[in-house]
Design a protein around this ligand. Structure first.
Ligand SMILES: C[C@H](O)CC(=O)C(=O)O
Ligand code: MN
Length: 343
């Protein structure tokens, strides 16, 4: 590492972590998590529905608390960190963003599928006009070759994003895949570069380190990896490795370990871990937040959720197409029934 600037930690416990708890954090839990996260030293705390502003819906699942309560609770309980929000154009609007800004959010990540940066133009420009730290977030980055991803990143840069992320939504990137994308960004963009990992193939920490070595300056993590699929890169795990490698940051390792163990893990409804289903997400390259949808559909229709995910991967589903899961489960159940009749 030649660049000795402190790495910025963007914590996603209260946003990606929402997926792992079906968006059901209570105000009290949000307040407690915000306080401990702030105390660990993270730079940015992202707090919204898992699918961002406007995400609370029948399609993505309703959150327990309102958008206003999620954001204002985080803002009221933070001392040092900035509060951020996620915005997927089409789910969230510029009006949502203006309200989030009024409630005290100062960072926004405008997220698009990796080949559709075009749809972020208005939202990135609006965020700039609102004086927010504006980040472009290219989801499902494994689905674009590095050169194509760079072209999309350049669009976000031209709209005014000051940081652009490689987002491994499916936890499907290998270390070499990560290096190739981040290094190309580093050579060709003048923005800061970020990396958002999921641990489905057990590469959350390794990919984050590879991204840092190639010049990323922002990294997403969460306590105990709380997040969709097998979770995100766990803060305490990454910090331990960064300490051993002398990579500078602002996190207190023991505080992060204690918060993960004492506060985060007891709140989990289902262990956030690599199991056959979350591993299948990484293996087939499916959006991590499809995990619980596939698990539920598998139970309801009596089919193996791995078959659902494999089919969903073949169909090339992207974030927002959660409803396809039911259709696939129904088709698989029908096929299963026909097979048993023929036999
Ligand atoms: C809406 C997604 O959960 C955003 C994200 O964290 C990802 O794509 O990964
Ligand atoms: Mn994610």
């Amino acid at each position: 590492m030649t660049d000795q600037k402190k790495v910025i930690f963007n914590d996603v416990t209260l946003r990606d972590g929402m997926h792992a708890i079906s968006h059901q954090y209570s105000k009290e839990q949000i307040a407690e998590l915000t306080r401990v996260l702030d105390d660990t030293g993270v730079d940015i705390i992202e707090a919204t529905h898992g699918d961002g502003l406007g995400g609370s819906s029948i399609q993505y699942g309703f959150s327990k608390e309102t958008e206003k309560d999620i954001i204002t609770t985080a803002v009221e309980n933070v001392k040092n960190a900035k509060v951020g929000v996620l915005l997927l154009p089409g789910i969230g609007t510029i009006d949502h963003l203006k309200r989030a800004r009024e409630w005290g959010a100062s960072v926004v990540r405008v997220a698009t599928h990796c080949t559709e940066a075009d749809v972020s133009e208005q939202h990135i420009k609006a965020a700039g006009d609102l004086g927010m730290d504006t980040v472009g977030f290219l989801m499902m980055s494994h689905r674009a070759e590095p050169e194509q991803l760079l072209e999309e990143a350049k669009k976000m840069e031209s709209y005014g994003a000051s940081t652009i992320y490689v987002v491994d939504s499916a936890g499907a990137l290998t270390m070499d895949d990560t290096r190739r994308r981040i290094s190309l960004f580093k050579e060709n963009l003048s923005t800061e570069i970020g990396f958002h990992g999921h641990n489905n193939l057990s590469l959350g920490v390794a990919n984050s380190i590879a991204a840092l070595e190639e010049g990323a300056g922002r990294i997403d993590t969460s306590l105990a990896g709380m997040g969709a699929g097998a979770g995100n890169t766990a803060t305490e795990e990454l910090v331990a490795v960064m300490n051993k490698m002398d990579i500078p940051h602002s996190i207190d390792l023991y505080k992060a370990m204690d918060a993960a163990e004492n506060i985060m893990k007891p709140m989990m409804r289902r262990p956030v871990q690599i199991d056959r289903l979350s591993l299948t997400l990484g293996y087939t390259g499916v959006y991590s937040s499809f995990l619980l949808f596939a698990e539920r559909a598998g139970e309801e229709y009596g089919v193996d959720p791995r078959d659902i995910l494999t089919k969903i991967a073949e169909m090339g589903a992207v974030g927002g197409q959660e409803d396809w899961i039911i259709g696939v489960a129904q088709d698989l159940a029908k096929e299963k029934k026909q097979d048993s009749v023929t036999v």
